[in-house]
Ligand binder design. Structure first.
Ligand SMILES: O=c1ccn([C@@H]2O[C@H](COP(=O)(O)O)[C@@H](O)[C@H]2O)c(=O)[nH]1
Length: 276
């Protein structure tokens, strides 16, 4: 079976380097003339499936906007995951999980094990309980051919307080990138894109260079939020990511979804937001 890195590379080559964020904000439900409840959520995601399945490099549902409707929202999330899986579109579930190892093993079973109701192609993970605490998820992803995107330099303005902090001879973010580089060693030796990715915001300016981080050497898919609603544009990509650009998957939610609910308009916005 192909690894997550191989599947994502093939999808980016075929459909472009854009991950459409499926973020059903209550305001967007209203804007799309839908009810702000689980029924509205279900219709919103059906339209997203029609617009994007089989047409974009990846999709990224934001779990928070499903969780707020409780079990009914989680049921919609399960259906959404299934629909994109059936279409062969890589799905990254944005849940930003991170906990002590024994609990992380539970999250890994929930999101990365074959047959789990919420099994996704990859999830976002927080390394801020220590990179080693992610080991159960790294192991589970390797076993099931799935992936992780580990937060390194996030797109929000507060992220630097933790991520730029220096201990010894390197920053916290550089330590995260070192962990991901190590996790992708086997894929690098095989000449394929690694399955363990990084989250680096397109809004981080010169942080990658300032912190002496070699993103390209990580051989990691790089999920790059911050385009569109958070202010970054395609012109920022080269400056922020440098030689790692071929591995960058631009992520955009509100900018694309804001043109809905017409499927043709959504597809047009996704076409315009592709990085390459
Ligand atoms: O550093 C990060 C990590 C994750 N996100 C998530 O991406 C989307 C961004 O939405 P936009 O509407 O395109 O701004 C959202 O789900 C965030 O939770 C991020 O923005 N930054």
């Amino acid at each position: 079976m192909a690894t997550f890195g191989e599947r994502l590379r093939a999808s980016m080559d075929a459909h472009g380097a854009l991950c459409v964020g499926i973020d059903p904000h209550p305001q967007l439900l209203q804007q799309w003339d839908l009810t702000v409840d689980a029924d509205g959520l279900a219709r919103f995601t059906e339209i997203c499936v029609e617009a994007f399945a089989g047409r974009v490099g990846a999709v990224k549902p934001q779990s928070a906007f499903f969780e707020e409707y409780g079990s009914a929202g989680i049921a919609v999330l399960e259906n959404t995951i299934r629909a994109f899986r059936d279409a062969g579109t890589p799905l990254i579930l944005d849940v930003k999980r991170g906990d002590i190892g024994s609990t992380m093993a539970g999250y890994a079973r929930a999101y990365l094990a074959d047959g789990a109701p919420l099994a996704s192609d990859a999830i976002t993970a927080s390394p801020y309980l220590g990179f080693g605490s992610l080991t159960p998820a790294l192991d589970q992803a390797r076993e099931s051919g799935r992936g992780l995107f580990v937060l390194a330099l996030t797109s929000n303005p507060e992220g630097f307080e933790v991520q730029h902090a220096v201990r010894g001879d390197r920053s916290v973010a550089a330590g995260v990138v070192a962990g991901v580089t190590e996790a992708n060693v086997e894929a690098s030796a095989r000449g394929i894109l690694g399955s363990i990715g990084l989250v680096v915001g397109a809004t981080v300016g010169t942080a990658v260079q300032d912190l002496g981080i070699d993103l390209a050497a990580a051989n990691a898919p790089i999920l790059a939020p911050g385009f569109g609603a958070q202010g970054a544009g395609p012109e920022d990509a080269r400056r922020v990511f440098g030689a790692a650009i071929p591995n960058v998957l631009a992520s955009s939610s509100r900018e694309v979804l804001g043109v809905g609910p017409r499927v043709a308009d959504l597809r047009g916005a996704a076409d315009s937001a592709r990085l390459h």
